[in-house]
Write a protein that binds this ligand. Structure first.
Ligand code: ADP
Ligand code: MG
Length: 266
């Protein structure tokens, strides 16, 4: 799409280990594979998205920290990855201190939004921006929600899957009521599903019963190839396209695109 604003999706859940980073990397790769120009913004100080895309720590010269502190723009921070059409604003451990550093600034919650507007308002560089959030509802996650069109929530298929979801949805409501009235829920994706596990089946049913159509039809299976891929610095989709996890992420991408078209039209 020429000269149109990118769709900005933040991948958020304050729980750690639910599949945020895995979803960000593989959804971004799937979107890039079908010709979208995609940017990931790594907002987690752990930098797992950056590492998982093969970006060496020593090469992260300009990072999301510099963007939030106003030291650099998105254009300067974005690095091309090995995936054609996929760039990333990497993160470094400096991000751990950024909340303190910008806490007193009046624009502390809109730093990322302003940076993205400056970078993308004038060009057609990116059609999608995916933001990988830290496991917290902190200022970093709030920055992502202020900047985003929609929130994509990964939920792990485990007993406490729904725990914490209401708090997350409340935060989305607060953001809608203040800095970003247009923020939508893109959807909820169930991750690390193990079909041999009765509990996992129960969780899928429960989450669908509670959250209805918000939940994507696609369920991401637990798949060892998906968990191996980051140690090779590759998205699962490049590491093993045929594995069940990669195939599920390709399917998720088409659902996400369908929903974005609907949200954009609304
Ligand atoms: P988060 O970003 O929410 O903390 P991650 O995406 O890092 O979660 O996932 C947590 C762990 O689970 C990682 O070790 C990751 O490789 C693994 N993992 C995520 N999704 C899958 C999957 N579908 N199958 C197997 N392992 C997975
Ligand atoms: Mg993560």
């Amino acid at each position: 799409m020429i000269n149109s604003k990118p769709r900005i999706i933040t991948v958020a859940n304050q729980k750690g280990g639910v599949g945020k980073t895995t979803t960000t990397i593989n959804l971004a790769t799937a979107l890039a594979a079908i010709g979208e120009k995609v940017l990931i913004v790594d907002l987690d100080p752990q930098g797992n998205a950056s590492t998982g895309l093969g970006i060496d720590r020593k090469d992260r010269l300009v990072s999301s920290y510099d963007v939030l502190t106003g030291e650099a723009g998105i254009d300067a921070a974005a690095m091309q990855t090995a995936v054609p059409g996929l760039s990333i604003v990497p993160s470094t451990l400096d991000l751990l201190g950024v909340e303190m550093e910008i806490a007193a600034a009046p624009d502390r919650v809109t730093r990322l939004r302003d940076a993205l507007l400056q970078a993308t308002g004038r060009t057609d560089t990116f059609s999608y921006v995916l933001i990988d959030c830290p496991p917290s509802l902190n200022l970093l996650t709030l920055n992502s929600m202020a900047a985003a069109d929609s929130v994509l929530v990964p939920l792990q298929c485990e007993f406490f899957a729904l725990e914490g979801l209401s708090q997350l949805l409340e935060t989305v409501q607060q953001v809608r009521g203040s800095i970003n009235p247009h923020l939508e829920i893109q959807g909820i994706v169930l991750t690390m599903y193990d079909g041999r596990n009765n509990l996992a089946n129960q969780v899928v049913q429960d989450v669908r019963a509670h959250m209805g159509e918000t939940v994507y039809e696609t369920v991401i299976p637990r798949n060892v190839r998906v968990s191996e891929a980051p140690s090779y610095g590759k998205p699962a989709i490049l590491y093993d396209l045929k594995c069940s996890g990669s195939q599920a992420y390709l399917q998720l991408a088409s659902e996400v695109i369908r929903r974005e078209r609907r949200l954009r039209a609304a």
